[in-house]
Design a protein around this ligand. Structure first.
Ligand code: GRF
Length: 214
């Protein structure tokens, strides 16, 4: 079967891009990263794309007068490349319904919390302040409401005594690098179905939960 043509949108470090690219490079993986787009010319992730031989484009949002014009430019590039799935990986621009509705069911994001807990920024600080015993990450379909779409995969990690923001972030990031490739694989294998605002995986209610303690 043809591999799912995937684009990854980044703004910075690109460690999730690296994890996705590494998985796609494994023999038999059902998706390929056909394109990387960054809205930041200096994103470190662009170097990973270059090293992995993945075509990359910089589309600076500041070159456009409105969000819609920026999104139209993204859309054109993605369609011209025959992209079937878009993965947001640390892409720091909010996408409006203009773009999100056009890519509904084909646009996913990873967020560093167990949604619906802690949408938005500073997730690890907020998890520590709330004295959570577990933290984690969520891969979800994107809808116009930020960090609110149907959940596909969640990975759980413990919050340990002595954790600070950096320690917890590092533990969650490791989990992200498991969860995102898994979600990509499940979608590429056509095992994920969007049923209204829920996800079904292999016909069962999602999200799939990676929980070492379970
Ligand atoms: C990750 O924590 C991701 O969950 C969030 O932004 C961060 C991106 O990290 N959306 P990287 O650029 O993939 O290393």
């Amino acid at each position: 079967m043809a591999r799912l043509k995937t684009a990854v949108l980044i703004s910075g470090r690109g460690s999730n891009l690296q994890a996705l690219a590494a998985s796609c490079a494994a023999p038999g993986f059902p998706a390929e990263i056909a394109l990387v787009i960054s809205n930041q010319a200096n994103a470190a992730g662009l170097e990973h794309a270059a090293k992995a031989g993945i075509p990359a484009k910089v589309v600076p949002h500041r070159d456009f007068k409105t969000r819609e014009e920026f999104e139209t430019a993204l859309d054109k590039i993605l369609r011209a490349a025959g992209i079937e799935l878009v993965c947001l990986a640390g892409f720091m621009r909010v996408l409006t319904s203009h773009f999100v509705d056009a890519w509904r069911g084909k646009l996913i994001n990873i967020h560093p919390s167990l949604l619906p807990d802690f949408p938005g920024l500073d997730t690890h600080r907020r998890a520590l302040e709330a004295h959570k015993r577990v933290a984690g990450c969520s891969v979800h379909f994107v809808i116009a409401d930020v960090d609110a779409g149907p959940l596909i995969v969640q990975a759980v990690v413990p919050v340990l005594p002595g954790d600070d923001e950096a320690k917890l972030a590092a533990r969650v990031l490791e989990a992200e690098h498991q969860a995102y490739p898994l979600a990509l694989r499940l979608i590429a294998e056509r095992r994920v179905r969007l049923a209204g605002n829920r996800v079904e995986i292999d016909g069962k209610p999602g999200p799939l939960r990676l929980d070492p303690a379970a």
